[in-house]
Write a protein that binds this ligand. Structure first.
Ligand SMILES: *[C@@H]1O[C@H](CO)[C@@H](O)[C@H](O)[C@H]1NC(C)=O
Ligand SMILES: *[C@@H]1O[C@H](CO)[C@@H](O)[C@H](O)[C@H]1NC(C)=O
Ligand SMILES: *[C@@H]1O[C@H](CO)[C@@H](O)[C@H](O)[C@H]1NC(C)=O
Length: 155
């Protein structure tokens, strides 16, 4: 029942939250599964020009085999905006990480007032799928995720 509601809401957010649940199940039963054959990009970028942030360049050095129960590829992007009373700057990247991971929750968390920090995560489960630039800031999606969480708690 809960999953049906989450699935319905996931059409709104584009990122399936049921994927998250399914991944959790996979992780739990990891011992019963064959060897981990997943490969992910693994790197840390602190400037947008870094080849980790812009994977169009030769990136074979960033490819990494995932170990044990890390069966999800992820991209986590930290960025921020600053605002004065009259204006807000564009979103500036502060750091970006690609890695294999065990648990992954897609979506954005936004904290702060004048300086707003955006921490966005995307998750995927096929080899070398984590080439995207990190989930873009989508206020509607962030809001819908919140609704999803609240509903999941109520049901
Ligand atoms: C990737 O994850 C591993 C395990 O958590 C961690 O030791 C490593 O520092 C991470 N790599 C990067 C580039 O963040
Ligand atoms: C990419 O870089 C690797 C070493 O980092 C090198 O061996 C390989 O030839 C390069 N490939 C291309 C197409 O430049
Ligand atoms: C913001 O706009 C108001 C009204 O247009 C103006 O009086 C004020 O000086 C502006 N403040 C800044 C920091 O630009």
């Amino acid at each position: 029942m809960r999953c049906v509601v989450l699935l319905a809401l996931s059409f709104l957010t584009r990122e399936g939250r049921c994927d998250l649940l399914r991944d959790s199940v996979h992780v739990t039963s990891a011992a019963a599964r064959p060897n981990n054959e997943l490969w992910c990009y693994r790197c840390l970028a602190e400037v947008p020009e870094d080849k980790c942030a812009d994977l169009r360049q030769n990136n074979s050095a960033l490819i990494h085999k995932c170990n044990n129960d890390r069966r999800i590829c992820m991209v986590k992007r930290f960025s921020y905006t600053t605002s004065t009373e009259n204006s807000t700057t564009g979103l500036k990247m502060w750091a970006l990480e690609r890695n294999c991971t065990k648990h992954c929750e897609p979506g954005c968390i936004i904290i702060g007032e004048r300086t707003k920090l955006h921490a966005c995560t995307s998750c995927c489960t096929t080899s070398l799928c984590n080439y995207d630039s990190g989930a873009p800031w989508r206020p509607v999606a962030a809001l819908t995720s919140l609704v999803t969480i609240v509903l999941a708690l109520i049901l």
